[in-house]
Design a binder for this molecule. Structure first.
Ligand SMILES: [Zn+2]
Length: 1016
């Protein structure tokens, strides 16, 4: 059934959108990187825009929802080579998780084939999901014309002086031999690269030859170089493998942007350092020609001394198991006065007699006392001790230790002053002294710089541990440029962000982003036009491609080799002369004549672009906020004028599978194609859209998916039921209109209106879950209630062939007709099927979105006997049904309590003066009995003051629970529902207009909206 409708849509070219007179909606979602099969997590990402696109189309908008394939970058190269190498893990992943047929597997040795294979697969699965994509605009980022577009864009940025050359630390995979972005990682996404200061402590060994070649250094890394003045000892891990390395001639590769600061690093020249074997993996990518000289046994170093580079004091080397060989260079210098971890480690060591004895450390350990460096108000000279005692940290394993460390680190950084006894820097704020001390030490060759990840491990998709590498001659986008940042902030200020809290994240990232290494050595993609050894990396070639969709279908018919910058300038900015400097031959001032585009075609393409741009909505996942979505804003701000800046952004949450994070590489996924086979696309769509709002994390639980399937089945049954009640074929295109009079019919129509209205508002804000709550779950509850209320009529019709109740059939047909339409964005195939089966006109995908009262044919107001002008019809209708329902409920409860089966039930209504009293109370607006009484007596609403007082109290209580909506005709309401109430309570119901028959004096209890009851 689903395939049938997909074919029909395609044949009718339903989703091909071209510019016309209508208002437009242009939305795009991050194009996928097809290096594996599509799973249900992707399903949510691409269903949200489809639902919105279908919704807006039904509202009469011209909607463009395009799709492309992001095949740029290195990951597929790695995959291809691992398949070539017959790597068992990769083979299993592609055979079992991505379900590539055995005969196709060997073909994946070609990276181009991988992207071809999976983008075709993605295309097919997206079609199977019923996505309303305009496929004429489909492209891959390796298409020659896309490459021309990217070259134009990067050249434009370079001419705007937003690209520079330099050396820079980048995340790097040694195995792939390429810088890596978050997309290339198995683990460690979003982990920052930190700059650390290495402090050079010379090892002081008795009897050592004092020539400089034999000088050995331990070089612990720190964020707090100022604490060098408080160093007391050094920690080495006796269970870690250490090596001696010798730096080459050039020293650490400097950051081109900060030459002054790094200059001192040249002093590493020829130095010999002791570092952990693990850290060599990282640091060898930062210091050129770092040679391993041999192994070092840490046990032999323990108990030896090192020389403090600034104070020249000797400090002992102590053993410590907490030293992480992967962090920094695998050693730590100890500052027990200011580092709670060092303070407590020293305490632990003092208590560890066995260890002290093994290394003969008794004298050394006893001589170590914490030193003061920083003065802090409200802390003693040894702040580490204060924090540890206050938080009662027991030992190194105590989780409160981290809290202590964080507290002191923050306080010292923001409020600390370098103490009086420290030379040169005394009285300086810590934050300032830190940088000065670092620079001074680097200048004097007492320190160096290294880079490390803030957290470990960071693992490439190929399974290799990543490192921080200093890349030479790298190209950078200057996201640090303050003017560029400011322009981007302006773009953000004018953009709608859903959900709202993401705005502050985007603000943060715009400020935080540093220059971005935008070129790579290997991968698929576009070469830098002016430096062909480099490829443009994937986040950089996917920033403004939304504009490419608007023109993609025209480029397919051109010889893309002839595309030049002038063409793009003309289309996007209507510039006849390309203002760019000629960076290379490709950038001419005029559109290449060989392109053979006439003026009419140019106009047509320009119109298409200016019709669709600006982009109305950009949709993407939340892990892309700090990179792709920020870059997207940066590049639009730089390249396009204000009027072409993106208008809105929706950021998605992540997907869980039975409570666990979905991950292809860990095999914890369900392929979307499998889910479609098992449940059908509509059930999958309905589940994905109803289980969470787009920005929340959703959890695929099979049980709930099956529940969703039942809902959809129920819907088909409901349609059949209506036809049965009607007793003849339904024709939704020609519903026989009637003027409704029964309150319950009006109530049902009113509920339908409310649900449609709420769902419409929810969908306008991308709240797919709320929309479905309203228009599926709550509306179904309403319909169930209505069917229950009408059961005596339905049964009669079905049993004895009594004439069909036209009002009932009208209400039910109208519900069905609206319902099919409102569900069409969510379950398009089922909606089409029902629509055509029951006589709907054309495609439901093209039907009008149901709207408000104008749509309802009956004259609502006159039938309601409204008695005040301030009544809102909808509220009165709701209140009427509420009165009927609570009447049934009250009677049945009383029956249960008194345990009698009455024959007759008398109902008394509140007299006029009580309504007036309620109205006064509502006017007063608060339960102020004095004021209510005063006005009631002043207006002379009732003779009996005692009664007024009594009811003023009651009403004051009541008004906090029940909103006063004006006087309504309760007699009319109850009379209309007599059959139902009677049936539900199994008694005759008599509604009295006065209290002429009231043997037990019950009538006086009647309240507005709450009639009194007497049973006999
Ligand atoms: Zn790798």
């Amino acid at each position: 059934m689903e395939k049938k409708w997909q074919d029909k849509w395609e044949k009718a070219k339903l989703f091909q959108a071209d510019h016309d007179e209508r208002e437009k909606v242009f939305l795009t979602v991050a194009y996928p990187y097809p290096s594996g099969a599509m799973h249900i997590g992707h399903g949510r990402t691409y269903t949200v825009p489809d639902v919105y696109a279908r919704f807006k189309r039904m509202q009469g908008y011209n909607v463009l929802f395009p799709m492309g394939w992001h095949v740029t970058g290195a990951p597929v190269i790695g995959i291809a080579s691992r398949i070539k190498d017959k790597d068992p893990w990769t083979l299993e992943l592609y055979e079992k998780v991505h379900k590539v047929p055995k005969e196709e597997l060997p073909k994946l040795e070609d990276p181009e084939y991988i992207v071809k294979y999976f983008s075709t697969e993605y295309h097919n699965v997206m079609s199977d999901m019923g996505y309303s994509i305009d496929w004429r605009r489909e492209f891959r980022t390796t298409d020659p014309s896309y490459k021309k577009f990217i070259q134009w864009q990067i050249r434009k940025l370079k001419n705007m002086d937003l690209i520079r050359k330099g050396n820079h630390p980048v995340k790097y995979c040694p195995q792939c031999d390429n810088p890596v972005g978050d997309h290339d990682l198995l683990e460690g996404e979003g982990v920052a690269v930190n700059e650390l200061t290495l402090l050079k402590f010379k090892v002081d060994r008795v009897g050592d030859d004092e020539t400089s070649e034999n000088e050995l250094y331990l070089v612990p890394a720190t964020f707090r170089p100022e604490t060098i003045y408080g160093a007391t000892n050094l920690w080495l891990n006796p269970d870690v493998e250490y090596i001696e390395v010798k730096s080459g001639a050039e020293g650490i590769s400097g950051n081109g942007a900060d030459v002054g600061r790094i200059d001192g690093n040249n002093g590493n020249n020829g130095e010999r350092w002791i570092i952990s074997k693990e850290s060599y993996h990282n640091i060898s990518n930062q210091i050129k020609d770092l040679k391993i000289m041999g192994d070092i046994d840490p046990k032999l170093l323990i108990g030896e001394n090192i020389v403090n580079p600034v104070t020249k004091k000797l400090h002992p080397i102590f053993p410590a198991s907490f030293v992480d060989p992967e962090y920094g260079t695998g050693s730590v210098f100890s500052v027990p006065g200011h580092a709670p971890a060092d303070y407590i480690a020293l305490q632990d060591l003092k208590d560890n007699k066995e260890l002290i004895e093994r290394y003969g450390l008794e004298d050394a350990v006893n001589s170590v006392e914490p030193l003061n460096v920083v003065t802090l108000k409200k802390y003693s000279g040894i702040p580490a001790k204060d924090v540890i005692e206050r938080l009662q940290v027991k030992n190194q394993e105590d989780p409160k230790l981290e809290e202590a460390t964080n507290e002191l680190y923050k306080v010292e950084h923001s409020k600390g002053i370098i103490s009086e006894h420290i030379p040169i820097y005394a009285g300086e704020k810590v934050a300032i002294a830190r940088e000065n001390i670092k620079q001074d030490m680097i200048r004097k060759n007492q320190a160096s710089i290294m880079y490390d990840f803030a957290e470990h491990p960071v693992i490439c998709r190929c399974g290799t541990k990543c490192v921080v590498k200093i890349m030479d001659n790298q190209w950078f986008l200057k996201y640090s440029d303050e003017d560029w940042k400011e322009k981007t902030r302006e773009l953000l200020r004018n953009e709608t962000i859903i959900p709202r809290e993401v705005r502050s994240n985007l603000e943060y990232y715009i400020g935080w982003l540093e220059d971005w290494a935008c070129s790579r050595r290997i991968g698929l993609g576009t070469h830098l036009p002016w430096d062909k050894q480099w490829l443009i990396e994937p986040l950089t070639d996917s920033t403004i491609y939304m504009s490419y969709y608007t023109i993609a279908k025209y480029l397919q018919n051109m010889n893309c080799e002839d595309l030049n910058d002038a063409f793009f300038e003309k289309i996007f900015f209507d510039k006849d002369n390309n203002a760019n400097n000629n960076v290379d031959n490709n950038s001419n001032n005029n559109i290449n004549e060989k392109l053979k585009v006439d003026q009419a075609t140019i106009n047509e393409i320009q119109n298409e672009f200016s019709y669709w741009y600006p982009l109305d909505w950009r949709l993407s996942a939340k892990d892309l906020v700090g990179n792709h979505l920020s870059f997207h804003m940066f590049h639009h701000a730089a390249i396009f004028p204000y009027e072409s800046w993106p208008q809105g952004m929706v950021v998605f949450g992540m997907g869980l599978l039975e409570g666990n994070k979905m991950s292809s590489s860990k095999g914890n996924v369900i392929l979307l194609s499998d889910a479609i086979k098992e449940y059908g696309a509509d059930v999958v769509r309905l589940f994905l859209m109803s289980s969470a709002e787009p920005w929340q994390d959703f959890d695929w639980r099979e049980k709930e998916v099956i529940g969703t399937k039942r809902r959809l089945d129920w819907f088909f049954e409901f349609a059949e039921k209506i036809e049965n009640i009607k007793g003849s074929p339904l024709n939704l295109a020609d519903i026989k209109r009637v003027d409704l009079t029964r309150k319950i019919d009006l109530w049902m129509m009113n509920q339908l209106y409310i649900r449609i209205n709420d769902a419409t508002n929810a969908l306008d804000g991308f709240q797919t879950r709320k929309a479905l709550q309203d228009c599926l779950f709550l509306l179904k509850k309403d319909v169930d209630h209505y069917m229950y209320r009408m059961k005596h009529i339905i049964e009669k019709t079905n049993n004895d062939g009594t004439e069909v109740d036209d009002d009932l059939v009208f209400v039910l047909s109208t519900i069905l007709e609206s319902w099919i339409r409102i569900l069409a964005p969510f379950t398009p195939h089922s909606s089409e099927e029902l629509w055509s089966k029951y006589g709907g006109e054309g495609f439901v995908s093209e039907a009008k979105w149901p709207i408000t009262f104008q749509y309802f044919p009956m004259k609502c107001t006159p039938t309601l006997n409204l008695q005040t002008d301030s009544c809102i019809p909808s509220e009165v209708i709701e209140k009427s049904e509420e009165i009927v329902q609570s009447m049934v409920k009250d009677i049945n409860e009383i029956k249960k309590i008194v345990d009698v089966e009455p024959d007759k039930i008398h109902v008394y209504l509140a007299p006029d003066w009580k309504w007036k009293l309620y109205s006064i109370a509502a006017d007063v607006g608060k339960p102020d009995i004095g004021q209510i009484m005063g006005r009631a007596i002043g207006e002379n609403i009732h003779d009996n003051k005692k009664e007024i007082a009594e009811f003023a109290k009651k009403i004051s209580r009541e008004m906090t629970k029940t909103r006063y909506i004006g006087k309504i005709d309760e007699y009319d309401i109850l009379y209309d529902a007599l059959d139902f109430i009677s049936e539900e309570t199994n008694a005759e119901i008599i509604v009295h207009k006065d209290d002429s028959y009231d043997p037990q004096n019950k009538a006086r209890n009647a309240m507005p909206y709450k009639p009194a009851i007497f049973m006999e």
